[in-house]
Design a protein around this ligand. Structure first.
Ligand code: NAD
Ligand code: 0WE
Length: 256
């Protein structure tokens, strides 16, 4: 399904990462995959995972760094002959203390930091990918979002505001880049047990609520998200852009 396709995946931290579940699907379909990671602490685990899918490039990137983004897309252009077909954006961060207290108390600097890392990074990386995807005759971009950007989910707080920014950015990017046959979509996942999720107090309670109230009465795992990404990134979705695909056991459809 992805034979001859070249992908860049942002946001693998370890084998539980949603980005890794997506990368695995791409690799099974025959894609070549470049990876970025953030911070020395996770470098080893990302290099090992990347090696298992014969990745031609693993490189560090903090998405707040414009020069870093330029450098990484230069490296991607080098290994993929100036072309890129697929970009997976699976990055988010807010200060831990802002996911605990009241949203009302979010200070200015941490409000902007959450939006910078979790939303502006999609705009910056899509812009950097644009010439490489244009060279390839088009491309597909997928990002990860959550219902907390549309509805108030207790404790999601400033991350919800960041996801609202991300969701809107998907639509404006879809309009701009559609002219170049580049598609931009989001997947809205229900709670998945990853590194970013496990550290959140009350995560088991959220899973219990999904099991009780979602139409399918079960929680989702990273591989369910991988399957949805496989669809959105593939030619089967060639006329799908600017949209959100929910992988949440139907939870978003409920009013109670
Ligand atoms: P994860 O911790 O495995 O992935 C988050 C990634 O963001 C990590 O690889 C981390 O290194 C990266 N990151 C954070 N700050 C960064 C920075 N400044 N520069 C570069 N990278 C940075 O957790 P995950 O659950 O796989 O999260 C991936 C995406 O899925 C996020 O956008 C998250 O909001 C979204 N999401 C997660 C869930 C869930 O329940 N796990 C549900 C819906 C959406
Ligand atoms: O997007 C997310 C979580 C993203 C995230 C996680 C962390 C934990 C560690 C962003 N920043 C940080 N910062 C840290 O220091 N999800 C969709 C998972 C999630 O997080 C929640 C949720 C759900 C669901 C937080 C509160 C309530 C629900």
């Amino acid at each position: 399904m992805f034979s001859g396709k070249r992908a860049l995946v942002l946001g693998v931290a370890n084998k539980r990462s949603i980005a890794w579940a997506i990368a695995r699907r791409l690799a099974e379909g025959g894609a070549q995959i470049a990876f970025t990671f953030q911070g020395e602490r996770i470098e080893k685990s990302v290099r090992e995972l990347a090696e298992s899918v014969s990745s031609p490039l693993v490189t560090e990137l903090d998405v707040r760094d414009d020069a870093g983004i330029d450098r990484v897309f230069g490296e991607v252009a080098d290994v993929f002959g100036g072309e890129l077909d697929i970009l997976v954006h699976s990055v988010a961060f807010a200060a831990a203390e802002d996911l605990e207290g009241r949203f009302t108390d979010t200070p200015r600097d941490r409000f902007w930091m959450a939006i910078d890392i979790s939303a502006y990074s999609l705009v910056a990386t899509a812009r950097a990918a644009e010439p490489l995807m244009e060279q390839a005759g088009g491309g597909s971009i997928v990002t990860m979002t959550y219902l907390g950007g549309e509805r108030a989910v207790p404790h999601y707080n400033v991350m919800g505001v960041a996801k609202a920014t991300l969701d809107s950015s998907v639509k404006y990017l879809a309009w701009d880049l559609g002219q170049k046959n580049i598609r931009v979509n989001a997947i809205s996942a229900g709670p998945v047990r990853t590194l970013a999720a496990r550290s959140i107090a009350g995560f088991p309670t959220m899973e219990a609520i999904v099991e009780e109230r979602a139409p399918l009465r079960r929680h989702v795992d990273a591989d369910d998200v991988g399957a949805a990404a496989e669809y959105l990134l593939g030619d089967g979705a060639k006329n799908v852009t600017g949209t959100t695909l929910y992988v949440d056991s139907g939870y978003h459809a409920m009013g109670m």
